[in-house]
Design a protein. Structure first.
Length: 255
């Protein structure tokens, strides 16, 4: 069952003159529960606050956000929390489509550099261009590549690859989002002795495994790039996602 709170009330709307509607001036976070426990809620709220400050959007007190998230909490739901440029709060919860978790992904490459006035680490709501590109290219997501051919991220995901037998992910440089799931995967790997190298990944470099990571997909193999078969999954990615599941179980109590 879907539940939507606007400024803490169900059934309430957003004014038509809100800059979030007129200009796309919003920031948001999408988190999920395992069982009934939210995974890394504080990390999501830290990032929400940072994004809001970058776009000069008012940030509510954290206890208020937490109380609204708690009201819509249920077993295995995704919760999108949005702040609008007009000062409104939207808390939208719905059941997770478990078929998407770890499901194979198709991507297409597009050249992308974040504009200097909007850093790539800001999770803003102005995503129409990426959505339309993915639709027109008939893929799940677009893979964002800089002018020199280095992979930054996908439009809803971070990137992991196995190169020369080693797990790799692009280093955070301010041009793309520091995913909460990306951070959790790195933590899980470190706990279990899996080395993940944070190094630039050029699009032409051969890899033996390729993945997208995110809240609603965890670690999903990329099986197609630009209409051509891609590496997909393999043993190192499988070991990483198993380590991630053990970390989730420890942090949330979900078995």
């Amino acid at each position: 069952m879907r539940r939507i709170l606007v400024d803490g009330e169900e059934g309430r709307g957003i004014p038509g003159d809100d800059p979030g509607l007129q200009l796309g001036l919003t920031v948001f976070e999408t988190l999920r529960t395992y069982g009934r426990q939210p995974f890394r809620l504080q990390a999501h709220l830290d990032r929400l606050e940072q994004s809001a400050k970058a776009l000069e959007i008012a940030v509510p007190e954290r206890w208020l956000i937490e109380s609204e998230v708690e009201r819509v909490m249920a077993a295995d739901v995704q919760i999108r929390y949005t702040l609008t440029g007009g000062g409104h709060r939207i808390c939208d919860a719905m059941p997770i489509d478990l078929r998407r978790v770890g499901a194979p992904m198709k991507v297409a490459r597009v050249e992308w550099e974040p504009p200097h006035w909007l850093a790539g680490h800001v999770k803003h709501g102005s995503r129409a261009g990426w959505v339309l590109a993915a639709r027109q290219l008939k893929v799940d997501e677009v893979l964002l590549v800089d002018r020199r051919g280095y992979i930054l991220e996908a439009n809803r995901s971070n990137v992991f690859a196995v190169i020369d037998g080693q797990l790799c992910t692009p280093p955070l440089d301010g041009r793309f989002l520091a995913g909460v799931t990306r951070g959790a995967l790195l933590d899980a790997a470190g706990r279990e002795g899996l080395v993940v190298h944070q190094v630039p990944i050029h699009q032409d470099r051969p890899w033996s495994e390729l993945y997208l990571s995110g809240t609603l997909k965890e670690l999903a193999p990329v099986v197609q790039i630009d209409d051509q078969p891609a590496a997909g999954g393999g043993p190192l990615g499988q070991a990483l996602v198993q380590a991630f599941h053990r970390l989730v179980a420890e942090e949330t109590g979900a078995g």
